[in-house]
Design a protein around this ligand. Sequence first.
Ligand code: NDP
Length: 333
Amino acid sequence: RNVWRLAKRPVGDIADGDLVYAAEAVPALEEGQFALRVIYLSLDPTNRIWMSDQEQYMPPVVVGAAMRGGVCGRVIESRRDGVAVGDLYAGLGEWADVMVTDGTGMGQLPEIPGVPLAAAFGTLGLVGPTAYFGLLDIGQPKAGETLVVGAAAGGVGQIVGQIGKIMGCKVIGIAGGKAKCDYVVNELGFDACIDYKSQDVGAELDRLAPEGVDINFEQVGGDIMVQVLKRMKLFGRMPLCGLISQYNDVDGADEPGFWTMMLMRRLSVRGFIVTDFAARFGESGQALLGWMLEGKLKTRQDIRPGLANAASAVKELYSGGNFGKLLVEVTPP
Ligand code: NDP
């Protein structure tokens, strides 16, 4: 078989020699395994992350091992019950033309009449679910809202925008080059697309979405993300799907950036201001007072006598001079 192995971890962009291609014998099948002839190998931005040993969501590829990748292929030999020669399987595999697996991380792919295998694998495999759950579960789109998606003409982006249209959103893509922009607008029905290579993203967003952005489906990171963030509405949502502009930087001793940590750890971050909950202050008051009266909630006040001391006391908040809730006793109670 022919296989790509990770020879060394890339530094910066993937360079010649980081991956090596070699012919080698197909491993002998053990009981419970089957061999696939790979038809399609999916190349994904995350491949670069797997090549690095930075914090990520699954183990990095071991140096020397076959490069990991999404694949689909047909069974050519089987020593596994329920798996027959000719079956179509897809899942996490190797950059190889033949691979041996026990089926971990793989599932049978149905043959769908009328849908070419490339479209079924390429859409339903990984990018379709990414777009579907990221937009619908995390983005929570509502009709009439404005959705922005970067890498708009790519695997995930093209689906995000179209689901956005199905949900009744105004959809603005961001992509590199006129051909990609024309494609998402004219062929896929996006409302507009900004060519970040020839246009000023911020100015175009101001023009196309003067109302502001409700949902930013983030795939790119960096300055494009900042331009969208600056135009988001209060209570907008940002599915943090990817940060492709940063992936070639993930190596060396650098700490991962904050956004990368949020992505890899799947953090929920939601800004709030207490007054957002003003209508529920009755509820919080009852609960807090109840705990105070039951002795379950203690609080400490740091009371400074005299209004004249207010200006000096306020500064202590920023140096830790207060111990507990800082109050000024203006008039004795
Ligand atoms: P794409 O098909 O979108 O290919 C990547 C595209 O990213 C390129 O075509 C390019 O489009 C754009 N791009 C690359 N570098 C830059 C850059 N520096 N600045 C701006 N745009 C850039 O790939 P996918 O659809 O597979 O993935 C898109 C994003 O979604 C990635 O960030 C990926 O990691 C993420 N993803 C996340 C998943 C998850 O589970 N969270 C699952 C799958 C993907 P252009 O020419 O328009 O610049």
